[in-house]
Design a protein around this ligand. Sequence first.
Ligand code: SF4
Length: 349
Amino acid sequence: MSDAVATQYKPLIGHSISELESFAESLDEKPFRGRQLFDWIYRQQVDDFSKMTDLSKSLREKLSKVSTHPLKMLNREESLSKQTRKFLFEVSGGKMIESVLMKEGNRTTVCLSTQVGCAVDCDFCATAKMGFVKNLTAGEIVDQFLQLQKISDQKITNVVFMGMGEPFLNYKNSIAAADLLHHPRGINMGAWRVTISTAGVAHKIKQFSDEGHPYKLAVSLNGSTQNQRLKTMPITKVYSFSDLIKTSKDYAYHSRNRVTFEYVLLDGVNDDPQDAEKLNRLLNSIDCKLNVIPYNEIGGPYRRPPDIRIKAFLHPLKKASFPVTVRWSKGQDIDAGCGQLATHLEKVE
Ligand code: SF4
């Protein structure tokens, strides 16, 4: 294998079926060898070429020049409840990301990162404090799933793109990763089990809708008016609150998929029962679900509301025409709750 080919395809995880066919051809092999590689990597989830028994010995020897995994796992932590585990990975360039594995009954969900750091700068979020560092490749996104599936004692049933970063500011690679998770000849994760979450990059929601991607969409709303949202989410300056609501509504209408609005509840900021009343009116005509997330503190100025205020906020939502759920984030003892992911370490060479 020439060095140029080895560099182009290294590591193999992240390549689509057609790219692996081209890879096989560049090694003077038939394209079906690329399809076999796709099957081993994504469906059978085998990462050792010597175990890919239907590949010829000569091909396996050629493959020794490339690696499979783009990520190196550096650390893992487990919550006291043992239901949540957080993982630290090294990505190319020696930067770090975190991913979270959560168990709840028969459901095992992995929360994937799509960027190192984030440029969106939500005021309540630990990742925002890192600033934007870089986009992850599709391989770096999907490898979080593959490595965690390998060590999980249960099959991963759901994937959420809600870790570090804004998936729609790394749109192409996030969609390519979702397509690899969903591919019927590979991991074969049902599209309804893959949720992509955005802080509200409205033109990308429109693109996502126009392109007809089958994955579920979640939108971080976190406010009931333009001014209130602007206080914690500066992105509202660029994509106004009303635009976001309209784009989300259009998405739900055209895709016939229910949109999930996430609402991080912050003490004294957006937790007034009148905010809940406003949400009732605002979301009434949208095919949606509202997910209320009492804030996970990260040592900054924001607090989680006391239980009595959370209850008071939820009360008006009892008459909502859309489903409302409360997500009591798990794994706060290891900073693995929503909005708590951040890496502080650079690789020590
Ligand atoms: S909440 Fe999401 S979009 Fe906002 S800064 Fe954090 S990672 Fe970025």
